[in-house]
Design a protein around this ligand. Structure first.
Ligand SMILES: [Zn+2]
Length: 89
């Protein structure tokens, strides 16, 4: 999560600085850096999204607890059927 925030900040900095150079200094060669900045921003957003998704999955496994999607009863990892409603896992 920290690294994706760093990518986001660097991406915004690069695209802002190169946009300034292109618009106000006429340095059209910096349009390449402007796009690199945009790619970094997009990459950091995708990475942050994936990391958050991954950590949510890990949280369920880490506690070793599962819950029945039908009745919400707590299930053990080795349970084949829900003790509350009998739904097959
Ligand atoms: Zn159940």
């Amino acid at each position: 999560m920290v690294s994706s925030v760093a990518f986001l900040i660097v991406g915004i900095l690069i695209s802002t600085v190169s946009y300034y150079l292109i618009e106000f200094k006429g340095q059209t060669g910096f349009s390449f850096f402007f796009y690199i900045g945009l790619v970094l921003i997009a990459f950091s957003l995708v990475k942050g999204f994936l990391l958050r998704k991954k950590s949510q999955g890990r949280e369920v496994h880490g506690r070793g607890a599962l819950y029945c999607p039908k009745c919400g009863a707590r299930l053990h990892v080795h349970d084949k059927f829900c003790p509350g409603c009998g739904k097959k896992k």
